[in-house]
Design a protein around this ligand. Structure first.
Ligand SMILES: [Zn+2]
Length: 134
């Protein structure tokens, strides 16, 4: 197993092998998980069966620290709820994901941290602003 990426090894819950099922089970336990390629060390997200960089199927699970930088943001102002931002964030471990920040003031390059929330009975990785803490 490669130790080139930050993030402690995360173990797949018993009996689960489908990449997205493992990811969701980790979220339910409060862990934002991603995959790392044992051959080329790429950080892989969203979860999949093979490395998107080199094609190897030797992917290991890692627990992300959940610290990220905002890559892009779009403010949505729905008719029936508060304005919020749909964001693309670059996680410190080297992968990018789409998420939501319930704060329309968030800016590109701002530092944010994951906060796993229960939304309609599912665990979702939302982000919060660090408030000036880089
Ligand atoms: Zn690879």
């Amino acid at each position: 197993m490669s130790d080139d990426l930050p993030g402690s090894p995360a173990t797949a819950p018993d009996g689960l092998t489908a990449p997205h099922a493992v990811y969701e089970a980790c979220l339910e336990r409060g862990v934002l998980a991603f995959q790392a390629c044992a051959r080329c060390s790429a950080a892989i997200f969203p979860p999949r069966g093979r490395c998107s960089q080199c094609g190897a199927d030797a992917l290991t699970w890692r627990a992300s620290a959940g610290r990220a930088t905002v890559y892009s943001t779009t403010v949505l102002t729905p008719r029936d709820r508060a304005a919020h931002a749909v964001v693309l964030v670059n996680l410190d471990e080297g992968y990018r994901m789409m998420s939501r920040i319930d704060d329309s003031e968030v800016a590109i390059d701002e530092r944010v941290t994951v906060e796993i929330a229960q939304v309609d009975g599912r665990a979702l990785p939302l982000f919060v602003r660090n408030g000036g803490d880089r």
